[in-house]
Structures are given as structure tokens and as C-alpha cells.
Design a protein around this ligand. Structure first.
Ligand code: ADP
Ligand code: MG
Length: 260
């Protein structure tokens, strides 16, 4: 679970500062996908960077699984990022020389001890993940041998390699056609449910929003509206995306635009 509590982020802009994120509060629960939408330049990527603990906000708190990340030292913050947060950036950042499987294996080498048995375990885990994103037979291919949609699947599988509780995805469909894009959104919805990730998914493609559990619209860094999405409504008749003891799916994202 991830909570952003009254987060504000500014950047220097000449003699003044530009407010990229303006008093945003939101909570996303395990097994749900919260869509974040809004015009270009409205602060969506900045919001994800704060959620990912890559940027410390000017004020406000980011709480991940009960840990207030804004109070952590550099070492603890990077451990939390490695263990609890999966990130899929807007631009594909796969390494050109590595195969799909190696892109995932690299995640296991970061900052962790790698014994031979751990390596074998990681290879199995990588293969399982590649299978779950539909790339079981592509694992030996390098990025240039894969389509845009397949590269995005590798990105998503890689983000899940350390079994994060929070998944942050920025505009995953921007380089894809409508059909490929819809498949990627479906994949993220399915994986979030299967792996119980609290997922924030930035997209400006409105067509995908009815599939989400909640939708937050950001304008000029502020929450303009926050609504339960189609998936939350649908889940009252189908299997609930959250556990029985968890909060109701309709509250997948609770927001209070805070202007106090
Ligand atoms: P979005 O992802 O919704 O298109 P961004 O979060 O990228 O919006 O940008 C929000 C605002 O913050 C914009 O005005 C942008 O110019 C500014 N901004 C984003 N990143 C930086 C940065 N590193 N330095 C200065 N300004 C930035
Ligand atoms: Mg952006």
C-alpha cells in the first residue's frame, strides 16, 4: 500500500519556482490499479518520481507499507526502493546488449549477494515472470529483436523481479497502437491483481480509464477529481481485487484535495 499525504514538489525556474505537485494526497491499495491522468505538464511524472522516492518532496509524506519514506537515510531509502517498489519509466530503458532474461537477472544482482543457488533461483523467477507477460519463447532476444509491445512487457516483468508491493508505471502505452496499448493495460491490471501490487498507472489515454479501480485527474499539479473506476464497480459482482479483510475496492484510492 502506498499513501501520498499532502505532497508538494517544486522545481527551480529562473528566479522563481514552478510547482509540479501541489498538495496531493492519495492512497492506493494492494491488488488495485489507480489511473493518474491529466494534460501534459500537469505533474504526473513528477508525482510518480516522488512516489518512487527518487525525488524528496518539498513537503508532505510518502508512506509505503507503513514506512514513512521521507524520513529514511540514503541507504534505507535505496533498499526500500529495491525491495518494495517496481518502476516502469516512460522511456524504455532496457540495456541494448542484454537478452530479455538478462534484463530481469540484472535486478537480482543489484546490491544483493549472489550465490550460485540464488542465481539459479533468480533465473527461474525471471523465466516465470517472462512467461506471465507472454514472452516465454522470447527470453533469449535482445531489445532490437523485440517489438515495442514486447519491450514494454520486458520492462513490466523486470519491475516485478523483486516482488514489489508498489508498482509505478508512467505512460506505458504512449509508443504503442491502440490494440497493443490495451493489451499492456490488461496485463498491468492482471499482474497487479495476481501479485497484489498497489499500482499507480499514469496515462493520458482516456480510453483505458474505465478499466481502472480508481482514477485521479491532475491539473496544474493539483487533484482536480478523484473517482472510483469501472473495475471497482465491476468487482462488486466479480472477485474483489482486494482481500476480504482489506478495504472495499470502491475506496481503492481515497483522496482529499488538501488546501488547508
Ligand atoms: P507530466 O508528466 O504530467 O507531463 P511533469 O511532471 O513532467 O508533467 O512536469 C510537471 C511540471 O514540472 C512541468 O511544468 C515541468 O516543466 C516541470 N518539471 C518537471 N521536471 C522538472 C525538472 N527536473 N526541472 C524543472 N522543472 C521540471
Ligand atoms: Mg510525464
Amino acid at each position: 500500500m502506498i499513501t501520498l499525504d499532502d505532497v508538494t514538489l517544486t522545481f527551480p525556474d529562473g528566479d522563481t519556482r514552478v510547482t509540479a505537485v501541489d498538495h496531493v494526497s492519495l492512497t492506493a491499495h494492494p491488488g488495485t490499479v489507480t489511473g493518474i491522468t491529466g494534460p501534459s505538464g500537469s505533474g504526473k511524472s513528477s508525482l510518480l518520481a516522488v512516489a518512487a522516492t527518487l525525488i524528496t518532496p518539498d513537503s508532505g509524506r510518502v508512506i509505503i507499507d507503513g514506512v514513512e519514506t521521507t524520513g529514511l537515510g540514503a541507504g534505507d531509502a535505496s533498499r526500500l526502493r529495491r525491495d518494495s517498489i517496481g518502476i516502469v519509466f516512460q522511456q524504455s530503458n532496457l540495456l541494448p546488449s542484454l537478452t530479455a532474461r538478462e534484463q530481469l537477472m540484472v535486478m537480482n544482482e543489484l546490491g544483493a549477494k549472489h550465490s550460485r543457488s540464488r542465481r539459479a533461483e533468480a533465473a527461474t523467477h525471471a523465466d516465470d515472470l517472462l512467461a506471465s507477460v507472454g514472452l516465454a519463447d522470447q527470453r533469449g532476444k535482445r531489445p532490437h529483436q523485440l517489438s515495442g509491445g514486447q519491450r514494454q512487457r520486458v520492462n513490466i516483468a523486470r519491475a516485478l523481479m523483486n516482488d514489489p508491493s508498489v508498482l509505478l508505471v508512467d505512460e506505458p502505452t504512449s509508443a504503442l497502437d491502440q490494440e497493443r496499448g490495451a493489451e499492456i493495460i490488461e496485463l498491468i491490471l492482471r499482474l497487479s491483481a495476481e501479485r497484489s501490487t498497489s499500482t499507480l498507472l499514469v496515462t493520458h489515454d482516456l480510453v483505458h480509464l474505465p478499466r481502472m479501480h480508481a482514477v485521479v485527474r491532475i491539473v496544474d499539479g493539483r487533484v482536480e477529481s478523484a473517482t472510483a473506476g469501472g473495475a471497482a464497480a465491476a468487482s462488486s459482482t466479480g472477485p474483489a481485487p482486494t482481500s476480504a479483510t482489506g478495504p472495499a475496492p470502491a475506496s481503492a484510492s481515497r483522496l482529499q484535495p488538501t488546501d488547508a
